[in-house]
Design a protein around this ligand. Structure first.
Ligand SMILES: [Zn+2]
Length: 321
């Protein structure tokens, strides 16, 4: 037991599990909190480390985070999310997307007649979101008085929860501003997945130092239901996230540079400046591992151990709290 602080409950006696390293070569460990079962990246990254990890290359150096065809494929996934959320909402309902990125998901909802609010940290993505017609954008993070109590129909966090410095505080605010019967939808890496347990420190979705803490499905459900929600759905399959998690983790295990294929797909200049043979070798590895990775992702999802997970929670009516 070492004196690290749990990223969720603030307990101080954590059990270290395994080591990991960032692309910049900084060393961290993952540590388990015996009090709340959250796994936290320790020591907690400094503001300077995070500022470096979220520099322009994270959000993409070009007009979009990813280049050309990758961005088109991602648009397809964003539209799928918007269709799913639209089915949960009354017509004209109000949605808050925390960590809204470039705002394309909200744009798709706004075009369907919903009211869209987004929150995003300063940077390239927020600049793009600010140009989406009809999107109400806050640059910064969620504060208790941003929205009236019981005012929103849905709050979404697409691969954002694990980045939060104060996850418990954020969930508490969300539980206040959602209407009774409103929905909280989260997607996040699954630390209890096959790929997480096989690849440990090399796991792509560990993404140090940006992912600050991890909760498995049971752990997350326990914490969110304790705040007045019922869990309505858990989905362990994501074609967008899970096969690539297997592929990049496997390559990470043997390559000298973490997440190199991912950086190539983002079109980052430092990756593109590497020798052509290196770039094509990683692309070839990506191509060759695609089919087996999809098959494994289907199997781990069927076993309830998918590499990422999406959970739908509904706020209980006030009378039942
Ligand atoms: Zn804890």
């Amino acid at each position: 037991m070492e004196r690290f602080t749990c990223g969720y409950c603030g307990a101080h006696e954590l059990q270290t599990l395994f080591a990991t390293q960032t692309r910049a070569g900084e060393n961290f460990q993952l540590a388990l909190c015996p009090n709340c079962q959250t796994q936290t990246l320790v020591p907690q990254p400094t503001d300077a480390q995070l500022a470096h990890a979220y520099d322009d290359s994270y959000y993409g150096e070009k007009e979009e985070k990813f280049g050309g065809w990758v961005e088109r494929v991602l648009d397809g996934f964003r539209n799928g999310r918007a269709r799913k959320i639209a089915r949960l909402l009354p017509s004209g309902g109000t949605v808050l997307d925390i960590g809204c990125g470039n705002g394309r998901f909200l744009q798709s909802l706004i075009q369907r007649g919903f009211i869209g609010h987004g929150i995003e940290l300063p940077g390239g993505s927020a600049d793009r979101a600010a140009r989406v017609p009809g999107l109400n954008l806050k640059v910064g993070s969620l504060a208790p008085d941003d929205f009236a109590p019981n005012s929103l129909n849905a709050v979404t966090l697409w691969h954002v929860y694990e980045h939060l410095r104060e996850p418990k505080r954020t969930l508490e605010i969300i539980s206040q501003i959602l209407k009774p019967g409103g929905f909280l939808v989260l997607s996040l890496p699954n630390i209890k997945s096959w790929q997480a347990q096989w690849f440990k420190g090399d796991w792509f979705h560990l993404d140090p130092p940006r992912h600050l803490f991890f909760q498995g499905p049971d752990c997350l459900q326990a914490h969110v239901t304790a705040l007045g929600f019922d869990c309505k759905e858990v989905n362990f399959f994501s074609l967008e996230q899970n096969p690539f998690g297997f592929q990049q983790s496997l390559i990470n295990r043997y390559a000298s540079e973490r997440d190199f294929l991912y950086e190539l797909l983002k079109g980052n200049q430092s990756a593109l400046a590497q020798p052509a043979i290196r770039r094509w070798f990683h692309r070839l590895l990506g191509l060759l591992t695609t089919a087996p990775a999809i098959a494994l992702s289907i199997l781990e999802a069927l076993a309830g151990r998918g590499g990422t997970m999406e959970l739908v929670f509904q706020k209980r009516p006030a009378a039942l709290e």
